[in-house]
Design a binder for this molecule. Sequence first.
Ligand code: SF4
Ligand code: SF4
Length: 65
Amino acid sequence: MKYRITEECVSCGTCSSVCKNRAIRMGFPCVITNKCIGCGTCADVCPVEAIVPINEDNDKDKDLN
Ligand code: SF4
Ligand code: SF4
């Protein structure tokens, strides 16, 4: 699963420190690069829930929500 970092990010650095693949580039906002393997660890530790999954399959179902 792919993830992205939203504007809720406060650049605390926690996600970057837990990512074994060094797939998170710090900055404001932080960015998940193509090194990401989708393990979800960063999303679990983010204190402001700024890391959210991108469900490409659901894009076409958006209108149903
Ligand atoms: S999902 Fe895993 S590999 Fe991808 S950025 Fe987060 S911690 Fe790193
Ligand atoms: S853990 Fe969350 S708030 Fe902290 S840098 Fe990562 S995305 Fe931003």
